[in-house]
Design a protein. Sequence first.
Length: 259
Amino acid sequence: MHLVDLWITRSLSMCLLLQSFVLMILCFHSASMCPKGCLCSHSGGLNVSCSNANLKEIPRDLPPETVLLYLDSNQITSIPNEIFKDLHQLRVLNLSKNGIEFIDEHAFKGVAETLQTLDLSDNRIQSVHKNAFNNLKARARIANNPWHCDCTLQQVLRSMASNHETANNVICKTSVLDEHAGRPFLNAANDADLCNLPKKTTDYAMLVTMFGWFTMVISYVVYYVRQNQEDARRHLEYLKSLPSRQKKPDEADDISTVV
């Protein structure tokens, strides 16, 4: 029994030592992979905090196991294509309070279906590609941006989850319809289908063009008829003005004799 107890004690000690060694390796591995200027910690997954780190672009060496990523309060101006494609466990992405102006079409490829929260508020976004938020399941915060309200934005918001809540927080800085500037996008969208405006404008232009051609043709026909009438009248007056030819007396006698 003494040998068994000794073996169990040593086995437990070895297990604890091995566990500590593995944890040290994991911690060292995570720390070594943490992007420069960021802080990494484990709490229900790997949390990477790069807030107020004076970043001008999104780090490209983000750990693949990142679950929460904070990139707020930096100087990031764009979100390139597939920049998050390897972060398959990403749940929360905070990009608020930057200077973001451009979001590429495939910026969220690879994380669109796993994200639960996306914060893009307080940036300089005016418009995005109509497919930029395709398949995005996250609750998106996009308020406090100088949005230009047009057909593309209408399509983007319709494709997003909880678009009613999102659209209600979007204020039109400018709009294809001047009267919508300064109003919530949701009100503007209810007033008019912004995607039909170009078609209507084209239809109106075609109608105006056709009416102009029709008016020109009618005017030409009326002018042509009046001109012909005037020429006919002048010709008739000319004929009337010609002296009529009278028969001479000797010509009348000759005719009678022949008969």
